[in-house]
Design a protein around this ligand. Sequence first.
Ligand code: ZN
Length: 127
Amino acid sequence: MPRPRKPRRVCAQPISEVFGPLGAAVRSGGSMIAMTVEEYECLRLMDFEGLTQEECAQQMDVARTTVQRIYADARRKVAQSLVEGTPLRIQGGDYRLCSDPNGPEHCGEYCGRRRGGFGRGRGRREH
Ligand SMILES: [Zn+2]
């Protein structure tokens, strides 16, 4: 019997739902790689913010083994998108937003970093 799963904590939705190669119009109905918001969050926390798996697991409120699986899936999808030029659509999943002011919680740590200051993430303001 599957255990009821607690929604993963996610700070914010991605800036855009769809990412893909420039110059290749995204055809509606064309094939896309489906990524969940949790997978996106995992990449953001570990590859952008520089968190360890352990820290990422705590932040998302999941087991470390779960983070490993989510992260592996996320990276495989990003790689596939880059190599094949297949657009990536990030939506859905099982998560709760902690940056939602009406939400039950606010982590206060990684919320909104994208817009204000930036932490250990690199590349965003390097022109
Ligand atoms: Zn947060």
